[in-house]
Design a protein. Structure first.
Length: 187
């Protein structure tokens, strides 16, 4: 039951992340079960209203791990840990263990990709988030939005876009979950 619920939230998160990243709307979607209904934004409210309405549908209506119904993305590919390429995102030095990953090629004609990767982390979410806030700035990222559970950023040099979500975990060893949605922009 718990696994099914987590997958439903990850599916919802994928859909929202893709919409938010590519619409370049400043907003927040936390895929954690405890905060699923917390969607806020400073712009583009109509698109987020549509996304929120979709998320309120029964879970059986949301297909597992598929992109939104549009022509922006190619077929999803499973992304094993050795294929992850966050070129300009620092790797968390603590106890982060790969949980899952998907990769999508965008249909922008430039070869841009979207990678969605989830990690189980032994440190609390606040510690992981604080580390990334500092590290992203040192790596040339502009923080465009932040909350207790989300960081949205754009790299000033590459134009790449990153959305990080930090959640509490109830696992025996892991204390938090980190999801990185990374849009690598090809020019």
């Amino acid at each position: 039951m718990r696994h099914s619920s987590i997958n439903q939230h990850r599916t919802a998160s994928l859909t929202v992340s893709l919409s938010l990243i590519l619409a370049t709307a400043l907003g927040q979607y936390n895929y954690c079960a405890a905060q699923q209904s917390n969607i806020s934004t400073t712009g583009n409210r109509e698109k987020l209203k549509t996304v929120k309405e979709m998320l309120n549908q029964p879970a059986t209506r949301i297909p597992a791990r598929t992109p939104p119904a549009n022509d922006l993305f190619g077929k999803p590919q499973v992304l094993p840990p050795e294929k992850i390429s966050f070129d300009d995102i620092p790797k968390y030095p603590g106890g982060a263990k790969y949980s899952s990953g998907m990769s999508y090629e965008t249909n922008d004609g430039k070869g841009s990709t979207l990678q969605l990767v989830t990690y189980s982390v032994t440190e609390p979410k606040s510690q992981v988030k604080d580390w990334y806030m500092n590290a992203l700035r040192m790596y040339g990222w502009n923080i465009t939005f932040q909350s207790d559970t989300v960081i949205n950023a754009t790299n000033s040099k590459s134009g790449n876009i990153c959305n990080m979500q930090f959640c509490d975990s109830r696992g025996a060893k892991e204390r938090s979950t980190l999801q990185i949605d990374y849009h690598k922009v090809s020019k």
